[in-house]
Design a binder for this molecule. Sequence first.
Ligand code: CS2
Ligand code: MG
Length: 402
Amino acid sequence: MKIKDIRVIVTSPGQNFVTVKIITDEGIYGVGDATLNGRELAVATYLEKHVVPCLLGRDASRIEDIWQYLYRGGYWRRGPVTMAAISAIDMALWDIKAKACNMPLYQLLGGASREKIMIYTHAHGSTIEETVEAVVQKKEEGFQAIRVQCGVPGLDRIYGISKLNSGPRPDGGFLPDEDIWSTEKYLPFIPKVFERLRDVLGWDTHLLHDAHHRLSPIEAARLGKDLEPYRLFWLEDAVAAEDQENFRHVRNHTTTPLAVGEVFNSIWDARDLIREQLIDYIRTTSCHAGGVTGLRRIFDYAAMHNVKTGCHGPGDVSPITMGVNTHLGLWVPNYGIQEFADYCPQVMDVFPSTWTHNKGFMHPGDVPGHGVDIDEELAARFPYERAYLPVNRLEDGTLWHW
Ligand code: CS2
Ligand code: MG
C-alpha cells in the first residue's frame, strides 16, 4: 500500500488546528493531528515543504521506518515543530494500518487493559467560593477527577486558563495578551483553596492543580508541602521543565505526587525524570511527542519505573489527538489518567469522532482505525485565524513563564 497523496489542512472552528490526511493507492486514508498552539503555520509549512515531498510513493505500512526517517534522517532532531509534524504523520499511518487490519487501534497495540479510561475535567472560579461551586457542579456531572485553578487575590486573571473554544478573539488576535503574575500572592493562597474544597467535598474526589511552570524549585517544594494535607492526585508543572534537575529539589521535600510533560517532545526530555522516579505521571501527548510510536516508547519506559501516564488533552489539541490518546490509554498497562477539556459542537462537527465520554470516563469506540475523521468541506469554511497564547510578566515588568 503506497502513499499517494498527503494533504495538510489548517482550520479554525473556534481554535486553530493542523491536520494531516494521508491517502493511499488502495483508497484507505488516515488522519493525524499536527496542532501546535500559536505556532500552527510553522508546522504546516514544515510538513508541506519538507516532509510531504519525501513521503509520496513510500510504503504506508512501514510506520517505524518512516518515523526514524523523519527523526534521525532529518539530522535536526526533536523540537516542537519537527515533532508535531512527525506525530501527525505517525498517527495517520497507524490509522491506516488499523483500518487495513479492520481493527480499532487499541487492538493493534495489544488489546484493552481496562474497560474505560478515567479522565479529568477543569473547574475554576475567580474566588474560592466560585471555585467550590464550579467543582461541585463537575462532581455532580459525574467527574471523579477535577483540575482546580482559582483566581489569586490581587491578580487580574485566573492564570493558566486558556480562552479556547470561545470563537475569534475580539481584538483580531494579532498580539499576545499580557498577564501579570506574582508568586508571593499565589503561594500562600492556593492551599486555602484546597482546604475549603476538602471541607466541602470530602475525600472521594481526585483533585489536581496546575502551577504552569511558574515556580522556582524551592517555591514548588514549599507548595507541595503545604498541599500535602489535602492529598492532591497531582501537582502539575510545578517548575520550568527544561531542567530535569529542578524536580529533584521538589521531590526531596514533598510527598505530593508530581506530573509534567505537556511541553515535552520526546523520551529524551523525560528520561532522567522517569529513570530516577522524580515524577509520578508523565503528561506527554500524542500530537507533540511522536504520535503512537513516540508515546508507546515513553510509556513503556515509564512503566519500568513506576511512572503512570497522564496525557495532556486541552482544547488546543484536536479531537484526533484525543482519539489516539484514548486508544493508548485503553491499552497501556501503567495508565494513570487523561486530561479532557472537551470541545464546542462546531469543532466536533469538523472532526467526527467515535470516542465517547460518560461520567468521568472515556472509550475510543470500536471502528477500524483511531475513529476520528475530518470533514474537509466544513473545515474549509473556517480559515486560519492568527492567535497566540498569552505572555506573562511579573508585577515589575519582568517577562515570566506563562
Ligand atoms: C494546560 C494547557 O491543559 C493544561 O494542562 O497547561 O491549557 C496549556 O496551557 C495549553 O495547552 C497551551 O497550548
Ligand atoms: Mg498544564
